[in-house]
Design a protein around this ligand. Structure first.
Ligand code: TTP
Ligand code: MG
Length: 351
């Protein structure tokens, strides 16, 4: 089997580090980037502030309660974007297979290079020389492990999970560290006595799909250190969706709404697993005579929650005509990621 070499790079305390770089008076101090106000939220915190428990997505009020001397800085998105372009230019010196996941992180497929670890070391050095900022790098055989590795020795880390180490590493890994396993899924696993990769490995693929639906298939692979997802440089064209053909044609609106809720749930889960967010929702409806229509709506911001996504789908469903013809198939798709691509985070603050 062909073994891939994947690097994941993620800047350290990105927005806060840029602010400390550009204003030496802030260095060594607890800094939060974000809005300071009654409805304010922390976008990120310097490592000094993190020692007090301040982190992304915390309300400004809570952050100041935890760390009264916290210095709030309004963000400068244009500067962060410029740095983001600088680091992407460095990545492209090593490979065309660069998949930016957000403003400060990317996957690189460097399978063609003799030594991925050496490349990661060089990239970190070049980033520092160019931007005066530190990044953490993870190197392994697939995306999931490379991403876990970059987080392992943050900040300014370089961590490698070699092919031979994968099994032992994954066995010890807490399930919440696996890709796409969020808080809710992790809690469900804990209730089932699944705490680590080794526990997860005890379950058959059939058991996992029965418990977690399609995601169960991925979890089965993850427990064995397998993640087949390719580094996808062209996220612009990416979309995530689900569709279902009914056992019998129907015009029953309450049935269709229940179907839609399932499609929205499935799609949202997959989008989260892929760190994908999109601004466009498309509903597809195939009538009993096989005539197909689509209705879509594009928002200014990526859809922020499953509930919003479903609501958009329902609005589109109401724009279809079921008075003359029954439906045989319903589909729902999320597409059109924001540019530059950002992950499915809900708390990006506005400028
Ligand atoms: P992250 O890479 O998640 O965080 P970070 O770089 O600040 O810190 P770490 O060292 O742990 O990687 O996110 C990158 C930037 O994205 C972050 O600096 C600010 C922004 N961001 C938000 O605006 N809202 C959020 O909820 C998160 C998580 C990040
Ligand atoms: Mg980061």
């Amino acid at each position: 089997m062909h073994i891939r070499k994947i690097i994941h790079i993620d800047m350290d305390a990105f927005f806060a580090a840029v602010e400390q770089r550009d204003n030496p008076a802030l260095r060594g101090l607890p800094v939060a980037v974000g809005h300071d106000g009654p409805r304010g939220v922390v976008a990120t915190a310097s490592y000094e502030a993190r020692r007090f428990g301040v982190h992304s997505a915390l309300s400004a009020a809570r952050a100041k309660a935890l760390c009264p001397q916290l210095i709030f800085i309004p963000g400068r998105m244009d500067v962060y974007k410029a740095v983001s372009r600088q680091i992407r230019a460095i990545f492209r010196q090593y490979t065309d297979l660069v998949e930016p996941l957000s403003i400060d992180e990317a996957f690189l497929d460097v399978s063609h290079l003799p030594c991925a670890t050496q490349a990661a070391r060089e990239i970190k050095t070049k980033i520092f020389q160019t931007t005066r900022l530190t990044a953490s790098a993870g190197v392994s055989v697939n995306k999931m492990l490379a991403k876990i590795a970059s987080d392992y020795q943050k900040p300014n880390g370089l961590f490698v999970i070699k092919p031979k180490q994968v099994e032992a590493f994954v066995a010890k890994l807490p399930v919440e560290k696996f890709f796409g396993i969020g808080r809710v899924t992790a809690q469900k696993m804990h209730r089932l006595g699944i705490y680590t990769g080794a526990d997860l490995r005890q379950k058959s693929e059939a058991e996992l799909t029965a418990l977690f639906g399609k995601a169960g298939h991925a979890y089965f692979g993850y427990a064995r250190g397998i993640d087949e997802r390719q580094v996808e440089p062209n996220r612009k064209h990416l979309s995530v969706g689900a569709e279902n053909t009914f056992a019998a044609d129907t015009a029953d609106l309450s049935f269709l709404r229940r179907e839609l809720a399932q499609l929205a749930h499935k799609t949202w889960l997959r989008a989260q697993q892929m760190h994908f967010s999109g601004k466009t929702v498309t509903l597809k409806l195939k009538y009993a005579d096989f005539k197909q229509i689509t209705r879509s709506q594009t928002f200014e911001q990526p859809l922020a929650s499953e509930a919003d996504f479903l609501q958009a789908g329902e609005n589109l469903l109401h724009k279809t005509d079921l008075s003359r013809q029954k439906a045989r198939l319903l589909g729902l798709t999320l597409s059109n990621p924001p540019a530059p691509p950002l992950p499915g985070r809900q708390l990006w603050f506005d400028f």
